[in-house]
Design a protein around this ligand. Structure first.
Ligand code: ATP
Ligand code: MG
Length: 417
């Protein structure tokens, strides 16, 4: 006897497709699958087990037409449930409930009038994601066509389950991102508060130590100690200032500026550092860049942060830093690239370098990149990084040329050499 005719096959196919497109709750999909398949095959009921990759077990996720106690059936290990025909992506027909190890509680089934069971694997490609069990109250003979129908429907169910799982995991990721953003802004507020509290006492220490130094006789041995106090306190103050700048996200004060002039100033400031580390500086500044609305001080700070990082990344004798400026092809963005042949950034750290306080240096504050990122964002621009450990690093800053910042900074991404 054929259990399914073509009409009911397409009927259930349509139903399962509808599930794929309408339902976004995994639980609902499971419920609908067991219900629809039971009806389509005029079975007594159905039970769905889904693979849990964490435990490598198949867990009961939905039951239809059977006693509620089936829902509390324990998880089954993969090796116990995946054998023979299931491995070959085929349904397993069980006629003798009492002598089949796949049936864990034959008495339950028998008491409910079950006389035959069919297990169908739900494969997605080569991945077995679920097993669907159908319960029948009488023995039936299944034609090959019936079994093909069953497998086709199982595949459709597998697609539905997979799609919803994907949507759910994306939702999870979005939620985690939102939590992280909230944590970061709370951290920023806390940091601003602490920085403010520390700034005042530091100013006091600086004032009194400078005063004391002036009062000491010329040859006093204490002078050296006071110098250490003054220089260390000054260092703390500048770190605190960076922190304050970062958490305040100061709005840029823009005026029309020539980026090349700002680049040259930043390089002048660091001239000694380049000289001391024997670093060759190669500059290619395009003369074709229009004046652009920029906060010169802030952009200079970004360039200094990036150049300092490059200098600090270089330990070799033939260190080279390349600085390039240009306008992108469609003249919407100015582009500044800073490239070094220093130690590079480990790929696992690449997406952390813009996080506040992330540093791999013993004396780093981990604020340089996050401050720079904030500044470029305030100019409606973007910073891209590419790096190879042991080979070097390249940063690419893009800033829109338009004063309203309407042009997309992302335009240049595809043009990176
Ligand atoms: N050009 C580069 N080459 C190699 N690593 C880099 C480079 N630029 C940034 N990094 C990595 O990114 C991390 C974060 O940089 P960031 O400038 O924010 O902080 P920092 O340099 O450690 O401390 P500071 O606040 O003093 O600048 C660095 O510790 C380093 O690991
Ligand atoms: Mg730095």
């Amino acid at each position: 006897m054929e259990t399914l005719n073509v009409q009911s096959f397409y009927g259930i196919f349509k139903d399962i497709s509808l599930i794929v497109h309408s339902s976004v709750q995994l639980d609902e999909v499971f419920e609908l699958v067991v219900w629809k398949v039971t009806e389509a095959f005029q079975a007594k009921g159905a039970l769905l087990r889904v693979h849990n990759p964490q435990t490598d077990q198949f867990e009961v996720t939905a039951v239809y037409g059977m006693n509620e106690q089936y829902l509390s059936k324990g998880a089954v290990s993969t090796e116990k449930i995946v054998d023979g025909d299931i491995k070959n992506k085929k349904p397993v027909i069980i006629e003798d409930l009492w002598n089949e190890p796949r049936v864990e509680y034959p008495q339950w089934a028998w008491d409910e009038g079950v006389r035959m069971i069919v297990d169908t694997p739900l494969y997605l490609g080569d991945k077995l994601i679920s097993i669907l069990r159908l319960y029948f109250t009488e023995k039936r003979s299944f034609s090959n066509k019936d079994l093909e129908f069953l497998v086709a429907i199982a595949t459709q169910c597998a697609c539905a389950i997979n799609k919803i799982k994907l949507i759910e995991s994306q939702q999870d990721q979005f939620e985690q991102l939102a939590i992280q953003t909230e944590k970061l802004s709370a951290l920023g507020r806390m940091a601003a508060g602490i920085a403010h509290e520390i700034n005042n006492p530091l100013a006091g220490i600086l004032l009194y130590s400078t005063h004391m130094k002036k009062k000491l006789p010329k040859e006093s041995p204490l002078k050296e100690n006071l110098d250490v106090i003054i220089s260390e306190t000054t260092r703390c103050k500048s770190t605190i200032q960076e922190l304050l700048d970062f958490s305040r996200e100061r709005e840029p004060v823009k005026s029309l500026r020539n980026i090349n002039a700002i680049i040259k100033r930043a390089m002048d400031i660091l001239e000694n550092e380049f000289y001391l580390k024997h670093i060759t500086l190669n500059t290619h500044l395009s003369g074709d860049i229009p004046e652009v609305p920029l906060d010169a001080n802030q952009i200079e700070q970004v360039l200094i942060n990036l150049l300092l990082n490059s200098i600090q990344a270089i330990s070799r004798k033939d260190g080279v830093i390349q600085v390039r400026s240009r306008i992108n092809e469609n003249r919407t963005n100015l582009v500044v690239e800073i490239e070094d042949n220093g130690c590079g950034i480990a790929s696992k750290n690449l997406d952390k370098i813009f996080d506040p306080f992330f540093t791999t240096k013993a004396n780093g504050s981990g604020l340089g990149m996050s401050v720079s990122y904030g500044i470029v964002q305030n100019h409606k621009g973007d910073i891209q990084v590419s790096s190879k450990e042991g080979r070097g690093t390249r940063f690419c800053i893009t800033i829109p040329v338009g004063s309203d910042g309407q042009t997309s900074a992302g335009d240049t991404r595809g043009h990176e050499e």
